[in-house]
Design a binder for this molecule. Structure first.
Ligand code: ADP
Length: 564
């Protein structure tokens, strides 16, 4: 909770100028609101009861001016507080997103992306709702409560005692039911996040859902999560309504009690009518102020309950930092795995790599082969520093990768992963992917090398063709070719191809491999491929089985004896 409060405070402080302007108008509105009862007292005692018409008109006009001032102040206050809240939520969302981007890959192994994106949207919105205009209003009401109480005591200490009776029930219910509201809202948000997962999985995999006719099942799963959310929300609403009800009855009841006692005091001649009316008006103001402040407290507790994870996340340091460390002036491309043992954090029982020793010379082309699950991709994952080994080390040109700047290291490695991901945008954008300074000619050359130029130029818009999210308008083979072009455009010293050509026909596959071998600067290359027959000019084949290297040697010898 304290990190949560600190983070929120720092976010609010970032918007302090907006909040400061908003607060100034809170003060103006407040001064107006607190002046009415005093003026009304005068209007009754000095005007009506004294039969002074001019005084009545004068005071009525003053009241009107105050009313207008309060109206304007409210508009300006709401504008600034809501604007501050909007900016603050955008900042918070950006911060959470940045923080998610920085987390190590293992973090994502144990979390669902649908859930993260749903929460990034929903939960931050909840924060925004609390710290905008409701926050401004609550500050106002809390101040009205406090200053109004002082004025009440000033007007009639005796009657004030009656109003103070309302405070304990309001405070007690707010405290007692507040905790309940918080846990229930955490549960509600959790259930909605789970519904988000179901929606993301079902819509993301709509082809599979359709092909297996599983729409009713998907619908039922979604419905279940929504019902769980509604049930948790119902309990939250009940607790919150009870709290609001108690605050209402206690607050307004105390003000009525004040009215009754005040009437008695008038009859006994101990107070003037104006004083009693002014007192009762203050009483209602204070009661309403405390009640609204207590309502806000309920909402704030709910908002904070729903968003605890955000602040926990903001306090989380990634296990593998994405930057910081040595950047080498030049990379030759020697890669060494020395006594590497590794298991995935999400699967502690399976040793994905058990004592791997592998030294690869600069420019060497090495194929990793072995049954599915043997640990081939894991080697590449460690090389890219998606994970760090449990034991042993991985070195580039003799430098332990843990001492190198991880972002820089990755920029030296060109990679085509098993399921190449394209982003919405044009084909050229996807090949450049961040390297905006590369010329069109360089992009075209990379596409040529990846055997992609021909199909790209057949599109009417060529390289400017836009592709849908995740490249759905392209075939698997086309996506792979774009991913290869993306990797080679970077002219990496180390090239990593994880099943990068398995969707191509063998002719194109052979062609791509030939082109990659012909790269003028000879990058160190790791290839994972099922059909080694189409991969030419390999220097070495390394055979893996259950996380160990079981054989290693030149291509021709091993292709004959290899188990795959
Ligand atoms: P290959 O590439 O040879 O098919 P992998 O290197 O992908 O095999 O997998 C090696 C082992 O690690 C397998 O037992 C696999 O189930 C496990 N594994 C792979 N990726 C993960 C992951 N992200 N989380 C947990 N276990 C994983």
């Amino acid at each position: 909770m304290s990190t949560q409060r600190r983070a929120l405070t720092s976010l609010i402080l970032e918007q302090r100028s907006l909040y400061a302007i908003g607060s100034t108008f809170v003060a103006i509105g407040l001064a107006a609101a607190l002046s009415y009862p005093l003026l009304i007292k005068r209007l009754i005692d000095d005007g009506v009861l004294a039969g002074n018409m001019a005084r009545v008109n004068e005071l009525a006009l003053l009241l009107l001016v105050l009313l207008a001032a309060e109206g304007v102040a409210t508009v300006i206050r709401d504008y600034y507080f809501n604007l501050a809240a909007e900016r603050l939520t955008a900042r918070l969302r950006q911060r959470v997103f940045d923080h998610l981007l920085r987390q190590e890959i293992a973090f994502f192994d144990s979390r669902n992306v649908g859930e993260l994106t749903a929460r990034l949207w929903d939960d931050v919105t909840v924060v925004g709702r609390v710290i905008g205009e409701p926050f401004g209003a609550a500050v106002r009401f809390a101040l009205i409560g406090v200053i109004g109480t002082v004025l009440l005591i000033y007007t009639s200490p005796l009657l004030s005692v009656l109003l103070v009776l309302a405070v304990p029930p309001i405070a007690l219910t707010a405290w007692f039911l507040g905790g309940r509201v918080k846990t229930r809202s955490t549960q509600t948000q959790q259930a909605y996040a789970e519904a988000g997962i179901v929606a993301e999985e079902s819509l993301g995999g709509i082809r599979t859902v359709r092909a297996f006719a599983q729409e009713p099942a998907a619908r039922a799963r979604y419905g279940q999560r929504l019902m769980a959310a509604v049930e948790a929300a119902r309990q939250r609403i009940l607790a919150n309504s009870l709290r609001a009800g108690v605050a209402f009855v206690a607050g307004e009841g105390a003000a009525l009690a004040g009215l009754w006692a005040g009437a008695n005091l008038i009859l006994k001649g101990r107070l003037t009518s104006g004083e009693v009316i002014s007192f009762v008006l203050y009483g209602f103001l204070v009661a309403r102020g405390l009640r609204r402040a207590s309502d806000f407290w309920g909402d704030a507790v709910r908002g904070l309950g729903a968003t605890q994870w955000i602040f926990e996340l903001l306090g989380r340091e990634p296990h593998v930092p994405i930057e910081g460390g040595v950047r080498l002036a030049r990379v030759e491309g020697a890669v060494a795995l020395e006594g590497v043992r590794f298991h995935y954090p999400a699967r502690p029982d399976v040793e994905a790599l058990a004592n791997i020793d592998l030294r690869v010379r600069p420019g060497e082309v090495v194929a990793l082969v072995g049954r599915s699950g043997a640990g081939k991709s894991t080697i590449l994952n460690l090389l890219l520093r998606f994970y760090d080994p449990d034991e042993g080390r991985i070195a580039i040109d003799g430098h332990d990768v843990r001492t190198l700047d991880a972002s820089w290291l990755r920029s030296q490695i060109g990679v085509v992963l098993q399921e190449p991901v394209l982003f919405s945008g044009t084909i050229a954008d996807n090949i450049r992917y961040g390297l905006t300074e590369r010329s069109d000619a360089e992009v075209a050359a990379a596409a040529e090398l990846a055997c992609a130029r021909e199909f790209i130029e057949r599109f009417p818009a060529g390289f400017a063709t836009t592709i849908g999210t995740r490249g759905v308008q392209l075939s698997g083979g086309q996506r792979q070719r774009l991913a290869i072009a993306r990797a080679v455009l970077r002219r990496p010293r180390v090239l990593v191809l994880d099943e990068a050509t398995n969707a191509l026909d063998s002719e194109s596959e052979a062609f791509v491999h030939q082109a990659l071998r012909a790269l003028d600067y000879g990058p160190t290359t790791f290839i994972i491929a099922h059909r080694l027959s189409t991969v030419i000019n390999l220097d070495r084949v390394v055979v893996l089985d259950r996380g160990r290297i079981v054989d290693s040697g030149p291509h021709e010898e091993l292709v004959k004896t290899s188990p795959v």
